[in-house]
Ligand binder design. Structure first.
Ligand SMILES: C[S@@+](CC[C@H](N)C(=O)[O-])C[C@H]1O[C@@H](n2cnc3c(N)ncnc32)[C@H](O)[C@@H]1O
Length: 260
């Protein structure tokens, strides 16, 4: 992942893992994973999903995770070893746009919060479809950062920061809303779409998950907001936090489709 746009570390992904636990389970259900199957996770990060998938397929199955970040892959291997699933779980360095696998190899293929970081998600989508067997399921969960919103009296500042955040932090911050089109254009059948909206009532956690320290500092440096606007914005959020009424929300799109 580009270190400039949207890079998040393993600490961030561990925090996200707990927040997203129910929707992660839903992705496994939509993959229709069964014991003995071969499954792929593209942009696997620190093995957050390869390990539970390995538990689902069991020792007679095979799980492969690919990522372009060596540190993530090393942590994914450690995670698999800790959980005792290494014998049938492999983490490999590979780009989503050029998967090093034969066509029709996997029973199911997933990716989560990867497309938001890709300048062009088309090749990754094509590759996921290519390596999935006919009749197998492709599942993608991704964020629509255009839905990022916060309850604040400074709504004009909020909109400037929201627009800056989606363009500065992500190559493809509107990834979630593109999934239905991508799935249809790549010939997938039985397409289902689910919108998962989440909210934050913990201000500090929202700041961490929205990478707000960085967004605010860069927006100020870029002249998108003034120091005065930023001070008013922060004061409003801190007041809401002190009163116990902070609220921020965002939605993700979960798409599933079957290879014909
Ligand atoms: C937001 S993280 C999500 C990780 C994991 N899917 C999860 O849900 O915890 C995005 C991951 O995609 C990886 N990534 C970014 N660009 C990639 C590419 N072109 N091919 C494969 N992986 C990529 C990053 O290194 C990172 O681990």
């Amino acid at each position: 992942m580009s270190q400039l746009k949207g890079y998040v570390d393993q600490k961030y992904l561990q925090a996200a893992r707990h927040l997203l636990a129910p929707i992660k389970q839903r992705t496994y259900e939509l993959m229709r994973v069964e014991p003995g199957q071969r499954v792929l996770d593209v942009g696997c990060g620190p093995g957050t999903d390869t390990v539970p998938l390995a538990v689902r397929v069991g020792a007679a199955g095979r799980v492969v995770g690919v990522d372009t970040d060596a540190a993530m892959l090393a942590e994914a291997d450690r995670h698999a070893a800790r959980e005792g699933v290494s014998a049938w779980t492999e983490h490999r360095h590979a780009d989503a746009a050029a998967l090093p696998f034969d066509s029709n190899l996997f029973d199911a293929c997933r990716s989560e919060r990867l497309f938001q970081h890709l300048q062009n998600p088309e090749p990754a989508m094509a590759e996921m479809v290519r390596v999935t067997r006919p009749g197998g399921w492709v599942v993608v969960l991704d964020t629509d950062h255009g839905t990022w919103s916060t309850d604040t009296p400074e709504s004009a500042v909020e909109r400037k920061l929201a627009d800056f955040r989606v363009r500065r932090m992500f190559h493809n911050g509107f990834a979630g809303r593109q999934l239905r089109r991508l799935f249809a254009q790549h010939g997938l059948a039985e397409i289902s779409i689910e919108i998962v909206a989440g909210y934050f009532d913990n201000y500090a956690f929202w700041r961490l998950m929205s990478v707000m320290d960085r967004v605010e500092a860069e927006a100020l440096a870029a002249g998108v907001v003034t120091a005065d606007e930023l001070a008013r914005w922060r004061a409003g959020l801190e007041q809401a936090d002190a009163a116990g009424v902070f609220f921020g929300s965002e939605s993700l799109t979960l798409a599933a489709g079957r290879k014909a």
